[in-house]
Design a protein around this ligand. Structure first.
Ligand code: C5P
Length: 228
């Protein structure tokens, strides 16, 4: 189960990130997002990978196809999982996939459908038409059409996306909140147990672990909830 969890290293520098990693068991995946990446750069990502971690580089590229092609080319060799925004459109998604395949060991490439911090009213506010869940499904189908390996989505959408796009199409889900935790800025959340039941392949967990007094224990409890 440990290898189905990515811990979000949402820290301002490697000092805090390394301190957390020292307290966690080996075998858990790590997610490096914009905050840490902009400070420590690709050399830190490579170092973490060299230290044996499975690395999800969460930079959510969203730009014109040529620019995203170039961006993916810069990082594809340094991570195991990489993402772009499905909202960038079919051509952008295809360009990202093409660039990722040039790496010696291509990472899995996934697309963010709709951020899990948005709910239905936020979706309408940014011009989304109809139900947010349908928008997420449409973007998942588009990502599959472009040849991507899966999507980042809400756990609440995972089962439907699997049914539409196929069992092997990966669902990577943030917005995971153990029963006892607060939802914070996440709006489409599920517990670890619900996420597994709904068919999520990988769970991204940040604050419920990083802000815990005992992060290893918090991780262990999440694994136990997943097993139950
Ligand atoms: O602290 P929390 O568990 O909410 O962290 C979730 C992590 O997943 C954050 O690093 C956030 O950037 C990331 N993420 C997300 N929603 C997406 C894609 C990534 O929350 N659609």
């Amino acid at each position: 189960m440990l290898d189905r969890i990515y811990v979000a290293l949402d820290y301002p520098s490697r000092m805090e990130a390394d301190r957390l990693l020292d307290r966690l068991p080996q075998g858990v995946g790590v997610k490096i997002g914009l905050e840490l990446f902009l400070r420590e750069g690709l050399s830190y990502v490579r170092e973490i990978k060299y230290r044996g971690y499975n690395v999800f580089l969460d930079l959510k590229f969203h730009d014109i196809p040529r620019t995203v092609y170039g961006a993916v080319s810069q990082v594809a060799d340094s991570c195991d999982l990489l993402n772009v925004h499905a909202a960038g459109g079919l051509e952008m998604l295809k360009a990202a996939k093409e660039a990722s395949l040039k790496a010696e060991k291509p990472p899995k490439l996934i697309a963010v459908t709709v951020l899990t911090s948005l709910n239905q009213s936020d979706w309408q506010e940014i011009g989304g038409a109809g139900a947010l869940a349908q928008g997420a499904e449409k973007r998942a189908l588009l990502s599959r059409e472009a040849g991507l390996d899966g999507v980042v989505c809400s756990p609440l959408e995972a089962a439907r996306i699997k049914a539409l796009c196929g069992e092997e199409f990966l669902t990577v889900t943030p917005g995971i909140r153990p029963q006892s935790a607060a939802s914070q800025d996440q709006k489409r959340t599920a517990t670890p147990r619900e996420a597994v039941e709904m068919g999520c392949d990988y769970l991204v967990v940040g604050r419920p672990i990083t802000k815990a007094e005992d992060p290893a224990r918090a991780l262990f409890e999440i694994v136990e909830e997943m097993k139950s």
